[in-house]
Design a protein around this ligand. Sequence first.
Ligand code: NAD
Ligand code: MG
Length: 390
Amino acid sequence: MRKVSIFGATGSIGQNTIDLIKRAPEEYEVVALTGARNIEQLAADARALNAQIAVTADDSLLEDLRAALKGSGVIAAAGADAILEAAHRPADWIMSAIVGAAGLAPGMAALGQGSTLALANKESLVCAGKLLLETGRAQGAQILPVDSEHSAVFQALVGEDMNAVERIIITASGGAFRDWPIEDLCDATLDQASSHPNWDMGQRITIDSASMFNKAMEVIETREFFDVAPEQIEVLIHPQSMIHALVGFNDGALMAHVGPPDMRHAIGYALHHPQRRHIPVERLDLAAIGSFEFRAPDDARWPALRIAREVMARGGLAGAVFNAAKETALDGFIAGQLKFTQMSDVVSQVLDRMDAQGGHIDATMTLDNVLETDHLARKAARLAIEQRAG
Ligand code: NAD
Ligand code: MG
């Protein structure tokens, strides 16, 4: 039996992971499941999968979790430290699907004990890519991409020589506002930004798809994961979300990965790697689909893509500043304090300020420095939001 843990089990990726595990329960021993406020779901899954421990990130919900798990034999725990402790429990395969920088420390802990880390939490690669990858190498742990584009690139590279790779193209649906007049974007509401044309995902990544901050993160994720130069990475708007990525080789060939927009494919690939197993996703009928469309992305509509290039050029801990400022700006938009288009203004402002101050972006990449920089960038972003509101 393979020992597995799922961090962010109650979220969109976590639930899709559980869907796959429940299809072959005899193959898995579930160690830890973690969530935050959805105690009912966390407890139901922990019971159904007979987990050793269930952890909520929210300390105030410990009693609720205990009550929901009563008589099941599953240990209940709460708080960020308990999540970290759960990540130290030995497991063969760990899904990192907490949303945001909160996923970094548990991911590092999982690598520290040599587990295979299935990485959905792109924020940890954006904040601390080199640290994460070096820790994985040092511990003999494997990191497998779960983001659909990166899983697609990973699959297109099987058996290939990285020296023959000229470019990596990741696609983007364009999100909720791809066809809106640009001048209307400043009035986009939370509801409008929270619906995705193709994918069914958590709210935060859905809004990040509309602003293209998600793709900006994924460009940086591509650079970190596949160690290619920023100039080798391209973004292509592909409204159907069926080609997830393409790899261009030095002989002019492009290897494309095509599949339905269903995260169970990428999760299943990481779960069964290096094998392929049957996954219950839709089989595409290309004749019925008829055609695929492509467009160049527009930096005026999506300034996030330009900011991603600046972050890569700045290097060091710029990714940690970028991610923290982006998460805080997103909180501001969700809370109604920022207009949709002001999110990128706040992120740019925080990057400029912290770069000008010195000592942050050029600090050594240790977990402590990344977390400290994350903290300072959030503070700077909150200040920038208040100044705008005031
Ligand atoms: P979600 O919001 O649906 O779920 C997030 C999970 O994290 C939940 O279990 C929640 O309880 C937990 N969580 C939230 N805040 C936490 C905190 N402070 N500490 C501990 N746990 C916390 O998000 P999602 O859409 O499943 O995305 C999860 C991760 O996967 C993100 O990094 C996202 O970018 C990435 N991702 C998601 C998709 C997708 O299709 N949903 C695709 C690619 C990558
Ligand atoms: Mg993606």
